[in-house]
Design a protein around this ligand. Structure first.
Ligand code: NCD
Ligand code: ZN
Length: 343
């Protein structure tokens, strides 16, 4: 069996830089026509000038003949000025601004400490229609890790949207029923990305039979009822939900450690994993709008012209890949995937 869909876009991708960028970029460029590229480098991409340089490094690292467009983002800090937002809008290549609550995840220490400090920036974004991409977790040590997304929505996101009702928001990599319900009920300025791993796995994958660091990401995998809610949202046909892999490479050594890094590497087999999740849900006919239309429409970009062919055919994900002087263990390493993206 084969299915043909319009070439998909990745609504949330970590490409890193330099040697790491060169190792992972070919995978995403094969899978996707475009990707929203996360700005959490060290130092973070906080200015349009830095985003322009990073974009050039990505374009130079593309394999010959690749057809892939990086869509750039700015990393919001307490010090970001409204002027930078105007420059971003004028640039044409900066498509969104990313909000990391300080300390929430990998390379987020320069993130926002208090949303109240960003009022002028949000007002400017609201005026210009520039999307805010939200890592939706509180960082309060008193809040249980598994509750951090729900509490963020109640105590931060809801009030933010009340202060800035016109702000266009993508709640990134949602992991809970509460997030799916919040986005579905919100105005049409609010959307969400969903990863393949949160559609395919619950927290048992991370913790049963031993700790499995390659299934550790942030926001962390949740219980099965949440996974089912995400599947329902992704397959609902609502234009508010779209594909964002959150593919986040780290070396094997930094993941298989006493304090392992957060991030799952899914770029190698992304669309195949999504196809599996949609097929399991009996919703394969909903894959194309989720993967290829809804994100483009949210970003007010033309839908892609080319197509991708997926064949129902089992293949085994490599055990590891070369990566920046080390090794990268892709999600599902050494295990079968039941769909194959044809060249
Ligand atoms: C991401 C990374 O490694 O950059 N990690 C992750 O677990 N998703 C950061 C992020 O998106 O939270
Ligand atoms: Zn991410």
């Amino acid at each position: 069996m084969r299915i043909v869909i319009t070439r998909p876009d990745d609504g949330h991708l970590h490409l890193r830089d330099d040697e790491a960028l060169r190792a992972v970029l070919p995978h995403s460029a094969r899978q996707f026509a475009r990707a929203i590229v996360m700005p959490n480098l060290r130092p973070p991409i906080t200015t349009v000038a830095a985003a322009a340089e990073y974009r050039q490094r990505i374009l130079r690292a593309l394999p010959d003949g690749a057809d892939f467009e990086p869509l750039m983002t700015l990393y919001l800090t307490d010090d970001t000025l409204a002027d930078e937002i105007r420059r971003a809008v004028d640039s044409g290549f900066v498509k969104a601004v990313k909000l990391y609550p300080a300390g929430a995840t990998t390379h987020s220490d320069a993130g926002v400490t208090d949303l109240g400090k960003c009022g002028a920036v949000f007002a400017e974004m609201e005026k210009a229609g520039m999307p805010l991409l939200v890592h939706g977790e509180v960082t309060d040590p008193a809040i249980d890790l598994f509750d951090r997304e729900r509490v963020f929505i109640e105590t931060r996101l809801q009030p933010l949207l009340e202060r800035h009702p016109g702000l266009r928001v993508a709640l990134e990599h949602i992991t809970t029923q509460e997030a799916a319900e919040f986005v579905a009920a919100a105005g049409n300025t609010v959307a969400a990305t969903i990863t393949a791993h949160h559609l395919l796995y619950n927290r048992n994958a991370l913790l049963v039979g031993g700790i499995r660091p390659h299934y550790y990401c942030l926001p962390v995998l949740k219980r099965e009822t949440h996974r089912q809610a995400l599947i329902r949202a992704a397959a609902s046909g609502s234009p508010k939900f779209f594909l964002g892999t959150d593919s986040a490479p780290h070396t094997r050594a930094t993941k298989e450690a006493a304090c392992g890094c957060a991030g799952c590497y899914t770029a190698l087999s992304a669309i195949e994993l999504y196809a599996e999740a949609f097929e399991q849900a009996g919703a394969l006919d909903g894959l194309e709008s989720f993967a290829s239309f809804n994100g483009a429409d949210f970003y007010r970009l033309p839908r892609n012209k080319g197509s991708a062919i997926l064949e129902k055919k089992t293949w085994v994900v490599p055990a590891s890949l070369p990566y920046a002087g080390g090794e990268l263990v892709p999600l599902r390493s050494g295990e079968p995937v039941s769909w194959k993206l044809l060249a």
